[in-house]
Every structure is written in C-alpha cells, then in structure tokens.
Ligand binder design. Sequence first.
Ligand SMILES: [Zn+2]
Length: 370
Amino acid sequence: MNPFAGIVGQDRATGALLRALETGRLSPSLIFHGPPGVGKLTAALALCRALLCRSEAGPACGACPSCLRIDERALRHPDVRVAFPEKLSDFEKGAQATEGALGVDLQERQEEVIVNPAWTLLIDRIRQGISFLQRHPSESPRSVWIVDQAHRLPAEAGNALLKTLEEPPPYAVLLLITTSYHALLPTLRSRARAIPFQLVARADIAAYLQNRKGVQGEEAALRAGLSGGRIGAAIGLDLAAYRERREQILRVLDTLVRRGDPGIAVARAEEIARGGEAVDGDLEILLSLLRDVMIGGAVPPGRAPFIHVDLAERLESLSRLLAARGPDAVRDLEGALDIIRKKGNRQLAIEHALIGLVPPPAPALPRGGA
Ligand SMILES: [Zn+2]
C-alpha cells in the first residue's frame, strides 16, 4: 500500500519519499518546503505512519494501533512529536507541554500559528524536541520529530538543532516544514535533504473533492478554482460566506458595466475602500469575476472554463457587454491591488479601476432640423 496515496498532486515529492523508503535510504534529516496548504503536514504524517507502522501488511496499513494514533486531528503517538511556533507566555504556563500524548489537533494548531505571525519556535521547545529524539523510541523502531514553520526558528534555536540534524540517533528522523525555504537558516538547509512541494492543478483538486470528499461536482469545481492550487484552501473555504460577499461584488460589477455612470463607480469605490481589512479580499473577488468575464468573451457560450461555474450565464452576459474593454479592466484592477498592498491611496486606486469598467459614452446623435 502506498502510504502517500491520500496526497494530491505531489507526485514528485511523494515519489522521492517512496523510493527512499523502498530502498531503505531515507535521509534522517528532511525539509518539506512549498506553498501553504498543499499537503506538507499531511505528507509528513503519512511518512510517520510508513516509518512506525507495526503491521505485516506493509508500510502505513492505516489500521494498526500505531497508524491509528497518527492522525492530523488527534496525534496520540508517543514516538511522534510536532513543534509549532508559540507564544512565550503560553509555554511558560505549561500549555500543551505534553503534546504528543494528549491528542493534539495539528490542523487546528497550524491554523492558529498562521494567524499569529509573531510567534516563534522557542528555544526551550526545541531543546525538549532534541532530548525527545535522543531518548529511545518508547514502542516503535523509529521516532520522528516534526518542526513546523521552521523558517520561524530564531538563530539560537536553529543553532541548537545543527548537531541533531548532522548526526541524528540511528532511529530518529527530524523533519522541518516550511513555506519559505530561502528564509531558513543556511546552516539548516545545507544539512538536510530538501523535498519540494508545489501548487496543485485545479482539475486534481476538483477530482479529489469529488471522489474522496463526496463534494458535488459544481461545488468541487468552484472550490478548486478559488483555491489557488491549495488543497487546504479548497477544503477550508467558507463557501456560504464567500458566495454572499461575491454576490454583492457581482452586483457592483453588473451595475457599472450596464449603467455606464462614472458617478456610481466613485460611490462604489468609496464603499469598498471603507471595508478595512476586507478590501484586498473584495478586489480579489472582483478580479476573479472579471477574469471569468474575459474568458467568457473568448469562447462560444456554454464552453468557458469558468472558476465561478455557478454564475456561468450571468458572466457570459457581462462578457458581451464588456467586450474589448476586458483586458484593460483586468490590468487596472491588478494595478489597484498592487497600490493597495503597497499602502498607497486605496480609494483613488479603486476608483480608477472601477471607472475603467464603465462603458464609454455613446457618440452624440447629430441634431436634426435648424
Ligand atoms: Zn499500520
């Protein structure tokens, strides 16, 4: 049984791991790197199951007492540990100090860490992990220590890891996970085998959602299209909230393209600009709608590979109205997003982009008579 069968769209990474397992040449020091939400942590746990499985049936049977306790939603295996960045005061209070034994929800921990970019991997947590690897595994032939968000290792903590990375005990595997390979300390990069993960193709994500998660076809296509190649984003998206917001943005787009009134563009720009943190997201939604509108203009009706598959008819009707102005409108909007991200004048930027959607005034009719 292929221990990585559940990992979508990462054939290069999982193929390399599988070959290493089969030939008994797995490097004891590994770095999984690549964009967020593409399955690095999931693959790390699959590797743990493969290394620690106690069944005769082959690596990662998924059913033995060892495999069952290596679960992303409840890690309970004594020979697997995961270190995350955390807040110093939490660590000092002793929160989650016995992780590995309590059934830690790794996905939840990871989400918490992502929204708290100031948390770091604490030196004392790293020291705990090093002594965990130096002890013999309690019931398995191997032990695995995973360090997530390894680019958040301060130099002191990173340096403490060097010796273990270079000469891990014969039974130990140390696995660093990072979204930012080049932000890792160079001394860590040079001592471990790098395994790159990549963004996943839209069709692969849609097929996964449909076949493995039982998501209905149209929803699977929409989630895959909005995920930006990240399976985690495709699963985690709050679709109901997204649809509601999208409907409001689509109405703005619709009004501008149909009504041809620059005054409306200015008013809507003001509304969107007031959205605070949500502005970026709103413009992203508008941009992806607009890209679909352009695609709709380029192919026969009913044939467009829309991201917003559930809006096909409305988007096609907008395609006919926007016609030749589409490419400029997309460029303007991308420009506006860029300005906003660089903290420029957001209202002016949005205004400029929205006015670009308003059709030019029709040429005045020649006056008859006199
Ligand atoms: Zn097993």
